[in-house]
Design a protein around this ligand. Structure first.
Ligand SMILES: [Zn+2]
Length: 235
């Protein structure tokens, strides 16, 4: 058996204790190290506060509690508060197995008559209520069927409605929800030639007046992606 090699390492004294981190990133304003935790062991309490946005949190401590524990507690407390607040909201996109539809809106859009229809003497057969929610079939108004009172939607867009108006009515809110992590769907239903492509894609994606809901939604979301006031979490 060979001789045991003598360690060349000098013996070290007791390891110096690193000072524990006591400033952290703020959950609310997201500033780095803006949150400070002060522990008062005599009083048995810890105070956390953000010097940027003035968020505060207080908790009890024992002799083992470190600032990071208070910071974690604060995160948990904020999470719990957020959960309580979101119970009534829609499920987030990341909850894969839930597909509740808690909100939907139906809109009905009418396109103006096209050249062929005009040439052939076509007539407009519907009438719109002033509230832009009900549409009546003129021929049914004298009848007695359930269609006599017309059909009601969340919103009716008569011929000539400009694309931005359609986008502003609810579509931009769906884009905002998607950016906030919720699911959102817009779909167009209608017979061939009724204007689905015009509504969704538009006649000219470079024209604010003529671009459809898809380019308008993408413009809106890409402008938000570069918004310096927002923070994004990549999951
Ligand atoms: Zn803050």
């Amino acid at each position: 058996m060979g001789k045991r090699k003598k360690s060349s390492r000098k013996p070290t004294g007791p390891r110096k204790r690193e000072p524990l981190e006591s400033s952290f990133t703020c959950l609310f304003c997201h500033h780095d190290k803006s949150v400070t935790v002060r522990i008062d062991r005599k009083e048995g309490i810890a105070q956390l506060f953000c010097k940027v946005c003035d968020q505060r949190y207080q908790s009890k401590v024992n002799h083992l509690t470190e600032p990071i524990d208070i910071y974690s507690e604060w995160i948990d407390a904020a999470d719990a508060a957020e959960r309580d607040a979101t119970v009534t909201r829609r499920p987030v996109a990341s909850s894969k197995f839930s597909c509740n539809v808690n909100e939907y809106q139906s809109r009905l859009s009418f396109r103006p008559p096209n050249a062929i229809e005009q040439r052939e003497g076509g007539e407009i057969v519907v009438a719109f209520d002033e509230n832009l929610q009900t549409v009546q079939m003129r021929s049914a108004q004298l009848g007695s069927g359930p269609e006599k009172d017309g059909f009601t939607f969340d919103r009716v867009f008569p011929p000539g409605t400009k694309q931005p108006e359609v986008f502003d009515y609810g579509v931009k809110d769906i884009v905002k929800d998607v950016l906030d992590g919720y699911n959102g769907t817009i779909f167009a239903y209608g017979q061939t030639g009724s204007g689905k492509t015009f509504t969704m894609m538009g006649a000219d994606i470079d024209s604010p007046e003529l671009k459809g809901l898809i380019p308008a939604s993408l413009n809106k979301s890409s402008s938000q992606l570069w918004n310096p006031m927002r923070t994004w979490n990549i999951l």
